[in-house]
Design a protein around this ligand. Structure first.
Ligand code: WTA
Length: 646
């Protein structure tokens, strides 16, 4: 898009259709403002009312205990998230309503009603108990997108065993690191899962990971892909364990602050960190945002395309929608298998009403062409959502016009693993949408754009995005590392949570997120620390030093661009280049494989020895590198020109 049309798109505000507004929960900006103000000025009243969304075993006594930066919300309350997602619906007319509708990549379909899902979850909770899992024990879940993955999560929540879901695309090394960091006792996995016509062999990765761990006593294996495999002493088949399990399992009465899950995500330094979420505050955030942002109605079929390995899959595939008694569609495989219209075929055939996906997918669909979309009747859709990275106005307009047929509001939702749920969005029907802007703060979110000194900047000025007070669904800590939690999030800007993102706020109060301003990349909506990829590269015996930067990419948002110096005596070759890419895939997972690796004589450094990342980013962006992947680049001259600046 050229600059003037981009500017036009930015200034454009698109009003939601009157038909949508009429039935929306929040029908106009005035009502939004009133509720938003109340959420900040009278939090006791606002959260007191909101907390009725939860069925409590014991009511909470105190809204918030805040000993910065440590928060406890709904102090003294007792509840169970699995009970709230299942039992209360089973005891209502929703009992025979579909809770999960699953489609496998090869095309199988399974529907589980609330009564059926409840039964499976109770049985699996008993399996976990019979394997010695007690409240507080950690359970790792490394699964394809199949109903058993959701069953395992809800079973953990039922007995108070925090789960750590590991994305099925991560390598054995990553599985090992996560198991070791949280000390998981059990791993729930599958023989394999389908992705783009291939079987991803998950159990093999678990087998490769376990020799490097010491806490795992049992591996429970779902037979999904029918792979021919024999199980070891430590392994049991899921179906065999389930056959012997009782379907009666009372939900444990858990404290509001009982840990619900640990989810690993990349930061600017070191290995991924375990983001810790607890029970009541997280769950209420999930319920409230699902209700207001997706405008979820009882009769809706809702589809969030995220994998449960990411936070979006936790909050918006499982906890929010099931907590409200909605129907959640899950699909196992790739968007373009067997052809680029798989998503639209699913929307048409299942009559999906609410659809939530990532800009990287939207841009890929744009590239594949409108015909794949237009082939299908998408008239069931009534609301579209976007998450994971900034959506460019061009992709936003395409989504709105071609998929939503200018009928469906588009909710862009800004949030993070750490925030637990949506923080910024345009509540559908309440306010006009601005393509490219995430919108206004959600209830209870005290958001600001500040400069380096922590002072709020004027409208239309770029700065750091911070949250100025605690909110219920915030992370409680980094698992096992409270010091890092404090340093990482609460030390940049005094008294504020620093998001790591840059943003500006316009004169209407809309936030425009410009992306990460720390050393975190966002590749196809996935967070990736440059430090992680660099340490994967230097763990290869041929590599002396590595520096990784992001390069703008039309589809993925950012691509991974690596500069590598090799050890003395090693000659850079095409084979080595390819070997290093594979090595990163093995160390982290396919999503981290550098798109480009360039060999360099030395990396450009400042006088104090810091790698000149800004220069490398410019070189990556500007193509100031030779075409041949084996050529040794010499950045010394450029670096010496720049030494004064950095
Ligand atoms: C980015 C995903 C712009 C942002 C839910 C954030 C976004 C990081 C948006 C968190 C959005 C997410 N617009 N940027 N709507 N949503 N981001 O933890 O940089 O995987 O800090 O959570 O993704 O990624 P995470």
């Amino acid at each position: 898009m050229n600059t003037s049309s981009a500017a036009k798109a930015r200034s454009r505000a698109i009003k939601p259709k009157a038909g949508f507004c009429k039935q929306a929960l929040v029908a106009n900006r005035k009502t939004y403002e009133k509720l938003y103000r109340q959420s900040l000025e009278k939090p006791e009243k606002f959260w007191g009312d909101a907390s009725r969304e939860i069925t409590w075993f014991k009511p909470w006594k105190k809204l918030l205990s805040w000993k910065p930066p440590f928060a406890e919300w709904f102090v003294g309350g007792k509840l169970n998230v699995s009970f709230n997602c299942l039992d209360r619906h089973v005891a209502s007319p929703r009992r025979h309503k579909a809770a999960l509708i699953w489609e496998g990549e090869p095309g199988e379909r399974v529907t589980l009603t609330y009564a059926q899902l409840h039964r499976e979850v109770c049985k699996f909770a008993n399996v976990l108990k019979s394997q010695g899992i007690k409240s507080g024990d950690r359970v790792a879940i490394y699964m394809p997108m199949i109903p058993e993955a959701v069953i395992a999560m809800l079973a953990c929540a039922r007995i108070g065993a925090p789960h750590t879901v590991i994305f099925g695309g991560f390598s054995a090394e990553s599985v090992k690191d996560r198991i070791n960091d949280c000390g998981a006792k059990i791993v729930v996995t599958a023989d394999g899962g389908y992705r783009r016509g291939q079987v991803v062999r998950l159990k093999e990765s678990v087998d490769a990971a376990l020799p490097g761990t010491s806490t795992v006593t049992r591996v429970i294996v779902v037979r999904r892909a029918g792979l021919d495999m024999s199980l070891g002493d430590r392994d049991v088949w899921y179906h065999e364990a389930m056959a012997a399990a009782s379907d009666q399992c009372e939900a444990a009465s858990l404290d509001s602050e009982h840990p619900l899950f640990i989810l690993y995500t990349s930061g600017s330094t070191g290995k991924p960190k375990g983001i810790l979420h607890t029970t009541a505050g997280y769950f209420l955030g999930a319920l409230l945002s699902t209700k207001y942002v997706f405008d979820l109605k009882d009769e809706d079929l809702y589809w969030c395309t995220a994998d449960i390995g990411w936070v979006t899959g936790h909050t918006y595939v499982v906890y929010g929608v099931l907590g409200l008694g909605g129907t959640s569609l899950i699909y196992e495989g790739a968007p373009n298998h067997p052809e680029p219209d798989r998503f639209w075929k699913i929307v048409e055939e299942h009559k999906v009403n609410i659809f939530y996906t990532a800009p990287t997918a939207i841009r890929a669909f744009m590239k594949w062409g409108d015909d794949w979309v237009k082939k299908h009747d998408l008239s069931s859709l009534r609301l579209l959502g976007s998450v994971g990275e900034p959506i460019n106005p061009e992709a936003w307009m395409w989504y709105y016009r071609t998929v939503g047929q200018e009928r469906c509001p588009v909710v862009d939702t800004w949030w993070q693993t750490e925030t637990g749920g949506h923080m910024v969005t345009t509540l559908p029907g309440a306010v006009p949408m601005k393509p490219g802007s995430a919108g206004l703060p959600f209830f209870g979110v005290d958001l600001a754009v500040v400069d380096e000194s922590g002072a709020e900047v004027p409208p239309d000025t770029g700065g750091r995005l911070v949250i100025r007070r605690p909110w219920p669904s915030m992370l409680r800590s980094i698992y096992g590392d409270a010091t890092r939690y404090r340093k990482q999030y609460w030390s940049d800007v005094k008294g504020c949570y620093f998001t790591g993102d840059g943003a500006r706020r316009d004169r209407d109060g809309y936030f425009w997120i410009t992306g990460r301003i720390d050393d975190v990349l966002n590749v196809a909506g996935h967070r990736l620390g440059t430090a992680e990829v660099e340490s994967a590269l230097v763990s290869h015996p041929a590599v002396a030093e590595a520096a990784v930067v992001g390069k703008a990419d039309e589809i993925k948002g950012q691509a991974v661009f690596a500069f590598v110096t090799v050890k003395q005596g090693i000659t850079p070759t095409t084979e080595l280049n390819e070997e290093l890419r594979r090595h990163v895939g093995k160390e982290i997972g396919a999503i981290a494989k550098p798109d480009v690796i360039r060999f360099a004589e030395v990396l450009p450094k400042t006088r104090s020895g810091k790698i000149m990342r800004r220069l490398l980013r410019e070189i990556a962006a500007g193509g100031e590198v030779k075409g041949d992947v084996t050529t040794l680049e010499d950045f010394n001259a450029l670096a010496s020109l720049r030494q004064q600046e950095e």
